[in-house]
Design a protein around this ligand. Structure first.
Ligand SMILES: [Zn+2]
Length: 60
């Protein structure tokens, strides 16, 4: 089955960089570094990431 995925930048194989949960959000930093975070860690780090100008997709 190849159902269309609502989050094209992440696959079921992506894991949060902070824990082993499935990644839900990708954060692209101004330095072009990118992080993938689970919902929990996206919320935890959201304000800090925005502060440094990271782009979060999709919005947590
Ligand atoms: Zn996590």
């Amino acid at each position: 089955m190849h159902a269309a995925d609502a989050s094209p930048t992440l696959t079921g194989h992506d894991r949060c960089d902070r824990c082993s949960a499935a990644a839900r959000v990708r954060a692209v930093l101004p330095s072009a570094l990118d992080l993938v975070l689970c919902e929990h860690h996206a919320r935890v780090h959201e304000s800090r990431l925005r502060e440094i100008g990271a782009l979060l997709s999709p919005e947590p």
